[in-house]
Design a protein around this ligand. Structure first.
Ligand SMILES: *[C@@H]1O[C@H](CO)[C@@H](O)[C@H](O)[C@H]1NC(C)=O
Length: 301
């Protein structure tokens, strides 16, 4: 069900980019049962963009249909970033509280976002910083009694522009990631883009690997990878996607911030996607997360 729901979003995105704002009646009838089902509606990264339990279960079929049509026409319903720490001043106050260096003010229509991934007891905490366009919608991990789910993501979802954190845990911590074999980045990125199954992309390729060594990285190792792949949608479309990722390894994982668009949009969005990935920072070891984790512990035990 989760895969179908995400494929459904793909088909809406593909319809959007392939043929303007058309929504065929076949697609809308396909979508309705999914919207009304118990599973959260997820975007292509397994991120819940509309929680059916909270937002849809009590609504009528007509509302759901309107929502589906709205999603297709470019305004995808997504939860607002209620607790995201945004704005340079707030972000810097929080960085200071963690004993970290502050950031210069962010401009060019971008805004910084600082958030802890891994507040749930099923995860480990990471402090994550990224800039994103101010108009993009942010989704954050959700916590409940079972722990934490989802990730940090910003996107203009209806256009298929997204920037997503993926925490790759299969190989644990990787020392000297700047000199790691390209195949590590391929494994991490393939897993990142195929969070909801292995049959939704093909011809994945990392086209460029550039270790970063600027002073702004404070001695930490980050690698920027360019990549491309074809997304296969449930409606039978193939969408060429282009992306840029920044990859590092802090704590017991490899962290990936990948930003991607359709091939057509990439011509326009490349600069933005590169700005986003170059702003990506992760901290784990040596940070005192106890206050942040206590809040989640208090709410969910
Ligand atoms: C971490 O912070 C909490 C308060 O937020 C404090 O009680 C605790 O002593 C700190 N731990 C360390 C190791 O500094």
């Amino acid at each position: 069900m989760k895969l179908s729901a995400s494929v459904c979003i793909f088909s809406l995105m593909a319809t959007h980019s392939a043929s303007g704002f058309m929504l065929s009646s076949q697609q809308s009838t396909k979508k309705i049962p999914l919207v009304l089902s118990a599973a959260p509606l997820e975007n292509d990264n397994g991120v819940v963009v509309a929680d059916t339990r909270r937002n849809f279960m009590t609504k009528t079929m007509a509302t759901a249909m309107a929502t589906a049509a709205t999603a297709a026409s470019g305004v995808l319903a997504a939860p607002s970033p209620a607790h995201a720490v945004k704005g340079t001043d707030k972000v810097n106050a929080m960085l200071k509280a963690y004993g970290l260096p502050t950031i210069p003010s962010v401009s060019n229509g971008m805004v910084p976002l600082l958030e802890v991934w891994g507040k749930g007891k099923n995860r480990f905490p990471l402090l994550v910083l990224m800039n994103h366009p101010i108009t993009w919608v942010v989704t954050l991990p959700s916590n409940d009694v079972n722990g934490e789910d989802g990730t940090i993501q910003a996107g203009e979802y209806a256009k298929g522009d997204t920037a997503t954190l993926f925490v790759y845990q299969d190989e644990g911590h990787v020392d000297n990631i700047a000199t790691a074999d390209k195949s590590l980045f391929e494994r991490a990125l393939i897993k990142a883009i195929s969070q909801k199954g292995s049959n939704i992309y093909q011809n994945f390729k990392v086209t460029k690997v550039v270790p970063q060594d600027g002073p702004e990285y404070g001695g930490k190792q980050y690698v920027v990878c360019d990549f491309k792949y074809e997304l296969l949608t449930g409606a039978g479309f193939e969408v060429d996607r282009r992306g840029v990722a920044a990859i590092t390894s802090e704590g017991p994982a490899v962290e990936v911030l990948w930003a991607a668009s359709t091939r057509e949009r990439f011509k326009k969005t490349e600069g933005t996607l590169r700005d986003i990935t170059s702003s990506f920072r992760v901290w784990a070891d040596g940070l005192n997360f106890s206050e942040e984790l206590a809040k989640t512990e208090e709410r969910f035990g």
